[in-house]
Structures are given as C-alpha cells and as structure tokens.
Design a protein around this ligand. Structure first.
Ligand code: GH3
Ligand code: MG
Ligand code: MG
Ligand code: MG
Length: 316
C-alpha cells in the first residue's frame, strides 16, 4: 500500500476538500414553479453557482444532454412526478451519469424521495426550503462530483504510467508481455527482439545522457516505421521488442529489415555530434502452444546469431 506522503507526492488527494469553493459550478434547476425557481436560483447564486433554469422535463433533459453540469436540482413533482423518471434517465446515459441529483420535495413525498435514492438521486431538501441547508447539500454534492472526476483522471494517468517506459514513451516490458500472452491465446504471435549494436561504446565515448538521447531516437524511428496495431516496447536497457500478429517468417523478416534500415540509414544527431547507430534483430514466429518465454528465447537465439555474424542485420 502507498504511504500517505507518497500518495500526496504523486498528486492523490485523500478526500474531497471541504474548504474548496464551488464558485463557477454549473447547476441545472428544474422546477415547474416560477417563484420557486427564482428563490432557489438566488440561494445557489450566493455560493457563486451559475444556474440554468428548466421549466419542464423535456427542456431539462435537452439541457442536460447539451451542457456540462456539476449538479441537477430537480423538483420531484416536475410534470406530475416525472422528476424521478428524469433522475433515473440521467443514470442510464453516460453523458449525465456523473451529475449529482438533488431532489426538492414536499414533506408528504418522503416515500418518493426514498424511491428516488434507489433510482440514483444523491440527496434531497424538503419544502419549505431552508437556504443554508440547500447551499450546504449542493456544495457537498458538487465537491464530491469534482473529487470523483479527479480520481478518475488520476486513475487514468496511473494506468498510463504503469504501461509506459518513462525514458522513451514506448510501452514497457510489463505491457508487451501481457500483450504477447493475449496474442498467443488468440492463436499466435510474431516477436522481433531488437538490440542496439555496441551501445556500451556510445555511453563510454559520449556519456550516459547522450546514450539516453540515442535510445529515445531509436525508439522514435521504430515507432514511426510500424503500423499502429504492432506494439513496440522497450524491453529493458538498450533492448526493444515488437509484438505482431502471427505471420510467415519472411513477412516478419521484411518488417524487421525495414526497422533495421530506419535506424542505420542516417546518423543520429545529438547536438553537434553525428552518431552512426545500428540495431540487430532476432525474429521468432510462435509455434502452437508456445509461451512468451519460449518465444523470447527463440528470438534471443536469432539475435545472438545476428550479433555473431557481424551486427546490423536480421536473423530468423
Ligand atoms: P552488442 O552489440 O553486443 O549488443 O554490444 P553492446 O555494447 O550494446 O552490449 P552490452 O550489453 O555489453 O551493453 C549494453 C549497454 O547498454 C550497457 C549499458 O550501460 C547500456 N544501457 C543499458 N540501459 C541503458 C539506459 O537506460 N541508458 C543508457 N544510456 N545506457 C544504457
Ligand atoms: Mg543488450
Ligand atoms: Mg549485449
Ligand atoms: Mg547492445
């Protein structure tokens, strides 16, 4: 488990921030009663909430679909009880699913309010509406919704980081291993194992930072010369892999040859330095029931042969 400090360093908030202003939040206010609409708008405006009014269910739904809201304040009795149906419709549609619903109800509508919770409403206020209560409940829902959005964005970012190699921006070893497992389960895979030639001497001659720049440039050339369906990853160190659908060895050899040329055809420019870089590639086509490790081992044998035969070449 992440320590709290680590989580904070990574930008995760432990909970919604109760001191955070809701000014600028956008509310949909749907009530059939003009006077109530004016009164509730005025109350919400005290927190800087921008209110869009809707006097019936159709107008409300249209607004919800076409504008971004942080909260929907719905009169339960809207169009003779359609308020609840609107709440449940909001939950059924992805565009409105995350918008909190605050019901405005009469004291004798408690049962409908309870049903409303089952349909996805988040909170309620009873008439006569107490200004401070409405404000507090609205703020609470808006903050919760914004927090949820942040968590979702953080999760997305974390997932992205978990599958990305930070030096090159390519997929990482973990990802490509899973991807290969999937390809093998689905019937087969082709693997290119790529190793930069005499890379140690790049580091020794020019330093590690320039070595890193070369790795980024090699990664970019590989990426540019592959189809979007082929997964290219940094496997570790100065090794890369390409995972492709099963195909005849000769076809895979042509792809590998294209990549080899893309790397060696023109020097890598780093500042005023011009470096001749090349790669060797081992190609492996999966046999039935082969595992990722077996596929990688086969490609490794081919790669070793490419190195032994002089480097800057493809072996199958
Ligand atoms: P060969 O043609 O046989 O592959 O020779 P080589 O020098 O590339 O092989 P070797 O495996 O001996 O050296 C690989 C070098 O790659 C060693 C290591 O310092 C360097 N290396 C590994 N990871 C990184 C990295 O992330 N950045 C940099 N700059 N260098 C790295
Ligand atoms: Mg190596
Ligand atoms: Mg080596
Ligand atoms: Mg090498």
């Amino acid at each position: 488990r992440l320590r709290a400090e680590t989580a904070r360093d990574l930008g995760f908030e432990p909970m919604p921030d109760p001191s955070r202003s809701v000014a600028g939040a956008h509310a949909l206010l749907a009530t059939e009663d003009e006077a109530e609409a004016t009164a509730l708008s005025g109350i919400l405006a005290q927190d800087g909430i921008v209110v869009t009014r809707a006097s019936d269910v159709n107008i409300a739904w249209d607004r919800l679909l076409h504008e971004e809201f942080d909260i929907a304040v719905l009169s339960l009795w809207l169009d003779d009880g359609e308020g609840l149906r609107l709440a449940s419709r909001m939950r059924a549609q992805s565009a409105t699913r995350e918008v909190p619903v605050l019901l405005v109800a009469d004291t004798d509508q408690r049962n409908q309010v309870l049903r409303g919770f089952d349909l996805g409403a988040n909170d309620h206020v009873l008439r006569p509406v107490d200004a401070n209560e409405l404000r507090a409940r609205a703020r609470n829902q808006i903050r919760r919704k914004r927090y949820q959005e942040r968590l979702r964005a953080d999760l997305q970012r974390s997932l992205e980081m978990a599958v990305t190699d930070s030096l090159t921006g390519l997929r990482n070893r973990r990802y490509v291993t899973r991807h290969l497992e999937g390809l093998l389960r689905a019937g087969g895979a082709t693997l290119l194992l790529i190793d930069v030639d005499r890379f140690k001497s790049v580091n020794d001659t020019y330093g590690h930072a320039i070595g890193d720049t070369v790795l980024r440039e090699v990664a970019e050339r590989l990426r540019l010369h592959l189809r979007a369906v082929d997964v290219v990853a940094r496997f570790g160190g100065e090794e890369f892999v390409v995972a492709m659908a099963p195909q005849p060895a000769d076809d895979a050899g042509l792809v590998a040859e294209r990549l080899r040329l893309a790397v060696c055809e023109r020097p890598v420019q780093v500042g005023d330095k011009s470096l001749d870089i090349s790669i060797s590639i081992g190609v492996a086509v999966a046999r039935p029931d082969c595992t990722v490790d077996e596929l990688a081992a086969t490609a490794d044998i081919a790669l070793y042969r490419a190195k032994a035969l002089g480097r800057n070449r493809v072996e199958i």
